[in-house]
Design a protein around this ligand. Sequence first.
Ligand code: ZN
Ligand code: ZN
Length: 199
Amino acid sequence: MVNVKTLDEYLADAAQAHGHLCAGQVLGVRLAMLGMCKLGIEDPRGKDRKRLVTFVEIDRCATDAVAVVTGCRLGKRALKFRDWGKVAATFVDVSTGKAVRVAARESSKALARSMHPEIPGKNEQQMRAYREMNDQDLFDTQWVKVELGPEEFPGYKGERVVCEQCGEGINFRREVHREGKVLCRACAGESYYTPVAEK
Ligand SMILES: [Zn+2]
Ligand SMILES: [Zn+2]
């Protein structure tokens, strides 16, 4: 155990940041604590600050808890979101290049039910069980390699380019080269919105 705070201490922090304590918070805190243990990162918000980049795979409760434990935030470029709809995260120690992916096991829900059939509510049942379950029952862990280009790092200072179609500035090499033109991803056809006429 190398985490600088206990599970209860992290859960208190997570509940405050997230607005409530829920099964997802317990799962997220434990997931991140396990990742930190595997990497030997004791205090990611203190002395080990800047050692970590975290990829999360879902935008739910657990992700807020992962951010609380790791200190990795979207606005600091240390939290990367891959929208795969999975309760999983990959922790990259940028000082060593080592990376570990931790994923919640599908079987943990059924196990929570069998551990605490006396608790009626599913959330309460899982909150209790996810505190008590051992790491192996709760998570699958895997050592992985994550290719991180220089533009992915939090401190990256790169040139801004301007989209030749819409004129908006693009940072961090997110531009697309298409038929001799430099385009933003929206103008290159990856847009998630369509303009509507003003009323
Ligand atoms: Zn929640
Ligand atoms: Zn554009």
